[in-house]
Ligand binder design. Structure first.
Ligand SMILES: [Zn+2]
Length: 648
């Protein structure tokens, strides 16, 4: 998900304690199927109906069936009331408290036996009127009133009874939505049937046969317009249904259609890079809703704010919202939905990876310049927050504001995946890592360590340091690089400090772009300790060195300095420096005067002047040069030396 919400203080206090309260008794069964059958209005967040949970007993026996459903969040506003409960079709007693329904079995159900629990209930399923996304929301946009759900991380129980355990995906989901006939509905999977009912009602049947996590089950209901198209898949024969609910009267409508067309390109691209779209037998699509920004990657049907689909408005100067949201939410269909993090602590596997697909989208469908801008912008935001780990520690995971930390998960998360790509140093191998990870944990869940093992087995690289410093560690490195050149030996020192005392060294490769008089080249060095010295054979006279020119590394304010002429150049002097109209070249004693040539280049390496030197002291007129920095190169027999002077 990507959301922009202003949370009030009261909201934070109210929900901080109750987010992750799964009951241990829920581990005694495995959910096979959810069947939701709900009466849903487009003009009210009050719902009613029943949910059937078909499950299999995994413990020795099941004597009490327990499932999540809030009783009250906000007194008089948000509540769910259980009306009746049936086990295998027979009415049963129940208790409903602490946001759980406890259903004692008349007879304990033995291991490996399946059973069916049907729960009738009603209530107002909006978590809080002050927030947009939790539980059911209601909006009026362009005069069309509609309702929709937002359940991540643990807000499903605000509107339907379910087992809020990431590791227990339902094998299939059926969702019957009964509403006014003037409404359309959007949900997961395929729209199997539309049945007209008496009283101006309609009953939509949505079915998904793909394993689905509880928080990815959703609905949107309102007087929206359906728009259907198809996205081709690589290979040329197969395509994916794109089914959308849109607002044709919105001024954004045309840009929404553009975003859907862009989605076709993205779906094709991602299928090529990381494996075929994982829900191709059902669909992908958008339910555009009246919140301005924000989006949620509901499985096979993204719910998205109208402005988040805008292909024209810009973000950070060059990147349009659609990349920020559309690529991100589509990326979640692989990272988050197809393979889900096994605990919220590993939200990186979802948000970090989906955010990286924004970069991948820019790089492939826009330009490397825009992708560079995206990653630099991410780095600029990260360095404002020097601490915190991408891994969400147990001490923080109970608060969703920590789980969905914007800087750590949406910016540092993708930035460190980019560093893994750099360390692998082979794009096809990097994408093979992602593909192997996805196919290994297909339709299931994974931990960060599962991903580490796949990365290591695919590449043969040991990623222990990488994970300890970038993922579990905190902060980022700061490099101080210094260089000097003596004849054909380039000496480089790199001193690394870090932004926190938690992680004191980032062992990493880093790139240096070496500019010399007639060209440039990139070298890759490895920093294995805080202070490193490298001696490199480099006969070309170096003019300057740039750190990490392609923005691979997350780092801050790294500087490179070169030691100037006094320490290096022993054959000649230039004075005055800076100079106004002339410079004097004075050769030091012992320099033979035959075959001595002096050349002046501008900073781009273009030759401006060249003359032979026959005297120990030679004046050169520089009146014709504009003010700036120039490079002076002296060739004497087999020696080449370089220095700079400034014309002012
Ligand atoms: Zn996301």
């Amino acid at each position: 998900m990507k959301k922009l919400v202003i949370l009030t203080v009261s909201f934070l206090i109210l929900f901080a304690q109750f987010v992750f309260s799964q009951n241990i008794l829920e581990n005694k069964y495995d959910v096979k199927q959810y069947i939701l059958d709900l009466q849903i209005s487009n003009s009210s967040t009050v719902i009613s109906g029943n949910v059937i949970i078909n499950a299999n007993v995994t413990s020795t026996s099941l004597d009490t069936f327990v499932v999540d459903l809030i009783d009250t969040i906000v007194v008089g506003q948000t509540y769910m009331v259980v009306d009746s409960v049936f086990i295998n079709g027979v009415s049963n007693t129940f208790q409903h408290h602490n946001d759980l329904i406890f259903i004692p079995m008349a007879t304990a159900i033995p291991q490996n036996q399946t059973f069916s629990a049907q729960i009738y209930y009603h209530g107002n399923g909006t978590a809080n009127s002050q927030t947009n996304y939790n539980g059911i929301s209601k909006y009026n946009y362009t005069g069309k009133i509609h309702t929709f759900t937002f359940s991540e991380p643990t807000w499903s129980k605000v509107w339907w009874p379910c087992k809020q355990d990431l590791k227990d995906k339902a094998d299939s989901v059926t969702f019957y939505i009964t509403t006014n006939a003037t409404n359309k509905s959007g949900s997961n999977g395929i729209l199997k049937s539309t049945e007209s009912l008496p009283g101006g009602k309609v009953k939509y049947k949505w079915v998904s046969k793909y394993p689905t996590d509880f928080y990815l089950i959703s609905f949107t209901v309102g007087p929206l317009t359906e728009y259907i198209t198809y996205a081709p898949l690589p290979g040329g024969t197969d395509s994916v249904l794109l089914q959308n609910l849109l607002f044709p009267s919105s001024s954004y409508y045309q840009t929404h259609l553009k975003a859907i067309n862009k989605t076709k390109q993205l779906l094709y691209l991602f299928s090529e890079l990381i494996g075929t779209y994982p829900f191709k037998d059902e669909k992908y699509g958008y339910c555009v809703v009246g919140s301005q920004l924000g989006a949620m990657e509901h499985q096979t049907m993204c719910t998205i704010g109208y402005q988040a689909m805008d292909t024209t408005s810009t973000m950070y100067g060059v990147n349009t919202y659609y990349v920020w949201y559309v690529a991100h939410e589509l990326g979640h269909q692989w990272f988050g939905n197809y393979v889900t993090c096994s605990k919220w602590n590993y939200i990186w596997l979802s948000e970090g990876f989906a955010s990286y697909m924004e970069y991948v989208a820019l790089q492939n469908l826009e330009s490397q310049t825009k992708a560079d801008y995206w990653i630099q912008e991410a780095h600029n935001e990260i360095i404002l927050v020097p601490g915190g780990s991408v891994y969400v520690p147990d001490s923080l995971v109970a608060d969703e504001n920590n789980v969905f930390d914007y800087i750590l998960e949406y910016k540092k998360g993708p930035s460190i995946l980019h560093i893994m790509r750099y360390e692998i140093n082979n794009d096809s191998l990097f994408f093979a890592v992602l593909k192997n990870y996805l196919s290994t944990y297909a339709y299931s869940v994974a931990s960060a360590d599962d991903f580490k093992q796949i990365a290591e087995s695919t590449t043969g690289i040991n990623f222990s340091d990488y994970f300890n410093q970038w993922y579990y560690g905190e902060g980022y490195p700061i490099f101080n690089v210094n260089w000097n050149q003596n004849n054909d030996t380039l000496t480089i020192t790199s001193n690394q400090t870090t932004s926190t005392a938690i992680t004191t060294l980032f062992k990493t490769h880093f790139d240096l772009k070496i500019n010399y008089v007639t060209g440039d080249t990139i070298i890759r060095l490895f920093q294995g300790s805080n202070n490193e010295t490298y001696k490199i054979y480099f006969p070309e006279p170096v003019t300057s060195i740039e750190f990490d020119p392609h923005f691979w590394l997350l780092q801050s304010n790294s500087i490179t300095t070169g030691i100037e002429k006094n320490n290096i150049f022993s054959s000649f002097e230039v004075f005055p420096n800076p100079a106004k109209d002339k410079i004097t070249i004075k050769l030091k004693q012992g320099i033979k005067l035959n075959n001595t040539i002096i050349s002046i280049f501008d900073i781009q390496g273009q030759l401006l002047l060249q003359q032979a030197i026959k005297l120990e002291k030679t004046e050169i007129n520089i009146n014709g040069l504009t003010n700036g920095v120039y490079i002076l190169k002296l060739n004497s027999n087999d020696k080449t030396e370089v220095t700079k002077f400034v014309k002012e």
